[in-house]
Write a protein that binds this ligand. Structure first.
Ligand SMILES: [Zn+2]
Length: 82
């Protein structure tokens, strides 16, 4: 038996690419932000490129939203849920 099994959540890395400098890298959940709007057009995720410092914003489809929220990415809801 292995000594111990950690109960903490394993850090999840998300692969991303920068459209500005074409760099490819992996980002931790803390480096990403997800904004969920009322429609798909206003649902996107954003991050700062570690290579060139550009603020990158990309549209997030349903699968990406699930992936990011499941990975602990901070989520900002741009509409009110009543
Ligand atoms: Zn870049």
């Amino acid at each position: 038996m292995p000594g111990s099994v950690s109960s903490s959540v394993a850090p999840v890395l998300f692969k991303a690419g920068c459209p500005e400098c074409q760099a490819r890298f992996e980002l931790s959940a803390g480096s990403l932000r997800l904004a969920i709007g009322a429609s798909r057009r206003t649902t996107f995720y954003s991050f700062t490129c570690p290579e060139c410092g550009s603020a990158v914003r990309k549209p997030a489809g349903e699968r990406i939203v699930e992936l990011l929220t499941g990975g602990g990415v901070r989520t900002l809801r741009l509409y009110s849920t009543v």
